[in-house]
Design a protein around this ligand. Sequence first.
Ligand code: GTP
Ligand code: MG
Length: 369
Amino acid sequence: GESIALGELAKRMGIKATEVVAKLLRAGMMVTVNQTLDIEDAILVAAEFGFEIDRVGFEEEDLLERVVDQPDDLRPRPPVVTIMGHVDHGKTSLLDRIRKSNVVDGEAGGITQHVGAYDVRLPEGGRVVFVDTPGHEAFTQMRARGAQVTDVVVLVVAADDGVMQQTIEAINHSKAAGVPIVVAVNKIDKPGADIERVRRELADRGLVSEEWGGDTIFAYVSAKTGEGVDNLLELLGLQTEILELKANPGKSALGRIIEARLDKGRGAVATVLVQEGTLKNGDNFVCGVHAGKVRAMFDDLGRRVDEAGPSIPVEVQGFTGVPEAGDEFAVVESDKSAKRIAEHRQMKKRESELASIRKLSLENILDQL
Ligand code: GTP
Ligand code: MG
C-alpha cells in the first residue's frame, strides 16, 4: 500500500523531523525518525500539524492499474519496424512500394496519407507494422521517439548519396534505444549508385555488412523498380522471428502516440500505437496531460475498427486536447479516474513551468548584479 517515511513527511511540511517525533511521542505515538508511516497514519500525523495530505500523487499509479503479465497471458505480436534515414533517401517511397505489393486488400485509394504507421500483411501470412519517419533535420525528436517504439529499424541509405547527417543521427537513436538495425541500400537503379561506398561508410560507423564479415543485415533495393524489396521483407521476417515478440492482449491498452494533430471537423486526433493490451471503442484513457474517451477508431486504410491489439496502429478520436508525439497512452477504468490523473499532470506541468520561470528571472537578476 501507500506509505511515506516520517522524515520525508516532515520535510514536505517544512518541520524538523525531531520536532515531529517529539510531538507524536507526547501524543502517545511511539515513533522514530526513520519510521515508515502508512497513509492513514501519515494523514493523522499531518493533521496534528494542520496539514492535509493531497493523495493525488499517490493515486496515479493505483488508478493506472499496471498489470504484471504472467507468461501464460503472452501471445505473439507483429513486429514494429521503423523506417529511418536522411532526407529524400527514399523512406516513404520504399514503404509505398512495400504496401503496394503486399497489402492484401489492395485498396490503395482508401489510404489515409497522414497516418505515419501502416499495418502490412505479407503474402506468406506474416504481419509487420511499419512506422515512417521524416528525414528532415528539424524532426530529431520524432526520430528519437520512433526508435523508442520500434522493434527493428530499417536504415535507408541512398546508394548515390551515401551516409549523411541524419543517417548518422538515426544510427545513434537506434543504438541509444537498443534496437537492431537492418540496412536498406536504396536507389540501386540510379546510374550514380555506389554500393561499395555505402558499405565502407557504414562500416566506419560500426555497421559492418555480412558480406564483409560483420553481423549487420544489408538489403539492396530500388523503391522505384521494386528490385530487392521482397528480399528485404524476407530478411526482416528472419530478423524479427528471432526476437520472439510477445504481449498480453487480454488487458486494458497501453500505447504511445506516433503523431497527433487538430482536425477541423473531428477535433484532436492521434495515431496510437498499442503496445500492450487491447484498445476498445468507448475506453476511457489518459494521455499526457489530457483525458479522453475513444469515440471512434480507424485503421491505416481509414476503415472504422472496434478494437486494436498489441503492435497495431489506430487513429483515435475523442481526445480533449492534442497530445504530443511520444506521450504514453493508458486506458483507465473510469472517466473520473482519467480526469483526476490528467488534472494532476496539468497541475504538475504548471508547477514546473512556474518553477522554470522563477529560475529564469532569478538568473536574470544574478546576471545584473
Ligand atoms: P523524407 O520523408 O522527406 O525524409 O524523404 P524520403 O526519405 O521519404 O524520400 P521519398 O520517398 O520522398 O523519395 C525522395 C525522392 O527520391 C523522390 O523523388 C523519389 O521518387 C525518389 N526515389 C525514392 N526511391 C528511389 C529509388 O529507389 N530510385 C530512384 N531512382 N528514385 C527514388
Ligand atoms: Mg518521407
